[in-house]
Design a protein around this ligand. Structure first.
Ligand SMILES: *[C@@H]1O[C@H](CO)[C@@H](O)[C@H](O)[C@H]1NC(C)=O
Ligand SMILES: *[C@@H]1O[C@H](CO)[C@@H](O)[C@H](O)[C@H]1NC(C)=O
Length: 400
């Protein structure tokens, strides 16, 4: 039926998708690609819902007002002051099957989301390109269950790939990996980067209670580092856990939701761990996207590193070259000066919205705060809105 639409949309992206002519073909390919990698998708209770939603993305491509074929230029020019070619490096998707599986994130309700509304949000903010990814908890919904974690990671990657393949000018994605299973996580990273076209990998600040510098994960960083070309890891904060026996307890001792403030400390904890274990030092091919201009990390850097003098300068050097700090959240009212206090150059700052987890009503204010920030020149702001992202991602993503 929609064969020709799929042809024209996907032809340049993926050769073998040229043969996908129907929803059942897409579904069959997803299942056979998974089983070729020893992933049993039937381990997922809601597999049918997920497959249907993925197939629908391909089927609807080109037939809705939100497709990449439509020109959204006039809308963005009318509603948004320049620059209107912003790159948003921190933005999430919540297909309905995932919202059903993860109804709560950081003790807040997981937000509603759909692709069409996302694309009109982009137009209304002057965003030309968004790097999408799943938020916490990523694929770690079934702690201790390897089969389900592997299957969930794969189906999540097929879902985000579908959004990007059908909107290649506007969207690209960070893939998830099924850590703590290291060999399988390496395999999934290779599939997502090489076959599905992911531009980077999203890791949650802790995996079932283990922070990312944990020795269990070193061989994952090593394998990513050995891949050809620059590798990008996006270190997204998640819920902190205490593991007692084999049970994970959400570790929030306050009365306030985990998403409100614990996520900031999660970023600080995992960056401390990646630094003190020298993971970031040893694997020099890896660049890091750090949300929320570092969360609580910049406040903690001196305390963490002044007591380890040999690591101070080398760490600051990495934070100033291979770390890229996104603006997601209300960070440019004041918080960004934490980065500036360490003279981390503005060439490392990126724009991010955290849509749809940061509510819509906050977005215009956050964007306005970046535009109004008195600390930056106009040229620096233009770079924060797009040039720096271009420097980070290079030809991994398509602009405009
Ligand atoms: C399945 O894998 C092939 C490569 O082996 C790839 O070209 C194709 O895009 C994959 N299918 C889907 C739906 O991701
Ligand atoms: C990094 O290398 C140093 C030696 O230079 C070593 O002590 C440390 O354990 C290594 N860390 C990792 C995570 O590979």
């Amino acid at each position: 039926m929609k064969t020709s639409i799929l042809f024209s949309l996907l032809g340049s992206t993926t050769l073998s998708l040229l043969t996908l002519a129907s929803a059942s073909d897409v579904t069959d390919t997803i299942i056979s690609n998974a089983s070729a990698d020893d992933i049993d998708l039937s381990a997922l209770p809601n597999l049918d819902a997920a497959l249907n939603e993925i197939a629908a993305v391909y089927e609807n491509a080109g037939t809705t007002p939100t497709s990449s074929k439509r020109d959204i230029g006039p809308i963005s020019r009318r509603q948004t002051p320049s620059p209107n070619n912003i790159v948003d490096v921190h933005t999430h998707v919540v297909p309905s099957w995932y919202q059903t599986l993860v109804p709560v994130t950081g003790q807040n309700p997981t937000p509603n989301w759909d692709l069409a509304t996302h694309l009109s949000f982009m137009a209304s903010e002057g965003i030309s390109h968004s790097v999408i990814g799943f938020s916490a908890p990523g694929p770690n919904v079934y702690p201790g269950d390897k089969k389900q974690t592997l299957a969930l990671a794969r189906i999540m990657n097929e879902q985000v790939a579908a959004y990007c393949r059908t909107n290649p000018q506007q969207l690209s994605f960070y893939a998830v990996v099924p850590l703590p299973y290291v060999a399988e996580a390496i395999n999934e990273a290779n599939y997502a980067l090489d076959t599905l076209g992911a531009v980077g990998i999203v890791l949650t600040s802790n995996v079932e209670g283990l922070y990312l510098g944990n020795a269990q994960f070193t061989s994952f960083f090593d394998a990513i580092n050995k891949r050809q070309g620059r590798q990008i890891l996006y270190i997204h904060p998640g819920t902190p856990y205490l593991k007692v026996g084999s049970t994970l307890y959400e570790a929030n001792p306050t009365l306030y939701t985990t998403g409100t403030i614990e996520f900031y400390f999660e970023t600080a904890r995992t960056l401390m761990d990646l630094t003190l274990t020298q993971t970031i030092h040893n694997f020099t091919n890896i660049h890091y996207v750090i949300p929320h201009v570092g969360g609580a990390f910049t406040t903690s850097i001196d305390r963490i590193l002044k007591s380890v003098p040999p690591l101070y300068d080398s760490s600051m050097q990495i934070y100033s070259t291979r770390f890229w700090w996104d603006s997601a959240g209300p960070t440019y009212f004041h918080q960004v000066v934490g980065l500036m206090g360490f003279t981390i150059p503005t060439s490392q700052y990126l724009f991010g919205t955290d849509y749809p987890y940061a509510p819509s009503f906050t977005q215009a204010g956050s964007l306005a705060a970046v535009k109004a920030a008195t600390w930056f020149t106009d040229a620096e702001k233009t770079a924060i809105f797009s040039g720096n992202a271009k420097n980070l991602f290079g030809n991994k993503i398509k602009f405009y």
